[in-house]
Design a protein around this ligand. Structure first.
Ligand code: HEM
Length: 144
């Protein structure tokens, strides 16, 4: 990175320190997201189906944290189109999760399981991108 852009980035970081709320919510998204993948795979392997309600509660905490993070970074200048996409995606994660056990029961249920996992992992990735897009947006605001 050329030193001029590094200087700009450092100035922007000083002017717009990442708020504690954003850092905390990012940690929550990472933590609940990782636990969801681990718990989901344990359930998938046929062990501990009793853990499904815990998985669902964690899923709710994950989506609420993702939404809160999306709203906070929107205020920090991240594009509203991307923020809207993440909010709708969270809704899809929640709706699919609630309907999960009823969707395509039987032999082909594995298709739903794969879709559920992929959509969930993409939601975790969106959480990372929300914060990853912040410095550039803030840099734009600083130049304006
Ligand atoms: C990042 C988000 C999520 C990830 C990565 C994730 C991952 C997984 C995985 C790998 C499984 C095992 C395979 C399967 O049965 O589909 C699973 C099962 C399940 N998940 Fe999630 N999940 C997420 C969010 C949610 C949410 C938000 C809910 C509900 C509110 C939910 C409800 C369920 C249910 C009910 C099952 C058991 C389904 C069955 O036995 O057929 N999940 N999850």
């Amino acid at each position: 990175m050329p030193s001029a852009s590094l200087d700009t980035l450092l100035t922007v970081r000083r002017k717009f320190p990442m708020s504690t709320a954003i850092v905390t919510l990012r940690m929550l998204v990472r933590l609940t997201g990782t636990l969801l993948v681990i718990l989901g795979i344990i359930v998938w392997a046929g062990h501990a189906r009793g853990l499904i309600p815990v998985h669902m509660l964690l899923g709710l905490a994950f989506v609420l944290s993702l939404w809160a993070l999306a709203l906070l970074v929107a205020r920090a200048g991240v594009s509203s189109g991307f923020v809207a996409l993440v909010i709708v995606w969270g809704l899809v994660v929640l709706a699919l999760g609630m309907a999960q056990t009823r969707l395509v029961p039987g032999h082909a249920h594995w298709v739903i399981q794969v879709i559920h996992l992929v959509i969930g992992i993409m939601a975790i990735g969106f959480g990372e991108q929300l914060v990853g897009r912040m410095p550039r947006a803030e840099a734009g605001a600083a130049r304006a």
